[in-house]
Design a protein. Structure first.
Length: 296
């Protein structure tokens, strides 16, 4: 199991914070364009924002005689991450059209349970406290997001596929991030996801330039901050983190989005939802506590 670093924890929490605030931007953005258009636009914008940073880093590494990461690994990793990211985002967006937000929120966060289960099949050693934290976080997500009886429907199935794909995305990043340049990997994954979303929008929607101009503010936040900045923080932060621990920290996104709705949209939290927030936060803290054996 990888060590839990303070740097990785901070970077992943910042990513979760940005994604949580992006809940408002994504909600407003859907008033101007279709889901495929929004996904294509935000990811292409996220990729474009990182191009200058990629050029800068390459020049800096050349001056300092730093050997660049393997180009083939970076390309394969970027495409793999982009495929998982795009289809996870699409399944979530289409799923929400056929189910309630409460159900979608709970089902999506099942990735905090799916990641360690996948880890077992990949012969990864998962500490007992991680399993305990995952269960506590899942219980917190239930209290935070679920306000109605869970039934299996078309939308629920799509969002469950989304949770599986987000789990795959976390594990794919875990595999490629130590072998590739984090910024280039992030840039390529956005380019891949953006192209797929844009092609889908052209085939199945009627995207208009006026729609993108009208919704430029939420689109820019989702593209620059939520995509370009936050996903890059995730890739860099996961270099020093166990993927299961990373998924628990990233699950704070739902807590922050609920708090953002409270502060920015005036949506008050119930006692049940506040308890869910506390449980998720407690799970994130628990998983970072040092093992008793290491203290001795």
């Amino acid at each position: 199991m990888k060590n839990i670093s303070l740097k990785g924890t901070v970077l992943l929490f910042l990513a979760a914070f940005i994604w949580g605030i992006a809940f408002v931007a994504q909600s407003v953005g859907m008033d101007y364009m279709g889901p495929l258009s929004f996904i294509g636009g935000r990811f292409l914008m996220g990729s474009a924002v990182l191009v200058p940073l990629v050029v800068y880093k390459r020049k800096k590494n050349k001056i300092e005689n730093i050997r660049p990461a393997d180009a083939k690994v970076t390309i394969v990793g970027g495409i793999s991450c982009g495929l998982a990211l795009c289809f996870a985002s699409l399944m979530q967006q289409f799923g929400i059209m056929h189910t309630t937000v409460g159900k979608a929120g709970f089902i999506t966060t099942l990735y905090i349970i799916i990641v360690p289960i996948f880890g077992v099949f990949l012969k990864r050693k998962v500490a007992g406290k991680v399993w305990i934290s995952a269960v506590i976080a899942a219980a917190g997500m239930y209290l935070l997001c679920m306000n109605e009886k869970l039934t299996i429907g078309k939308g629920d199935g799509l969002v469950f596929v989304c949770a599986i794909l987000f789990s795959v995305h976390i594990l794919v990043i875990d595999y490629f991030s130590p072998k590739a340049d984090g910024v280039e990997l992030s840039c390529l994954q956005f380019l891949t996801a953006g192209i797929i979303g844009s092609v889908g929008a052209i085939l199945f929607e009627e995207p208009r330039i006026g729609d993108f101009i009208a919704g430029i503010i939420p689109l820019a936040y989702a593209g620059i901050m939520s995509s370009g900045v936050a996903y890059t923080l995730q890739i860099i932060g996961q270099k020093d983190m166990d993927p299961t621990v990373a998924s628990l920290i990233l699950s704070m996104e739902s807590v922050i989005s609920m708090l953002a709705g409270w502060v920015l949209l005036g949506q008050a939290l119930s006692g049940r939802e506040l308890l869910g927030c506390l449980l998720v936060f407690g799970a994130v803290i628990l998983v970072q506590l040092p093992d008793m054996k290491k203290r001795i």
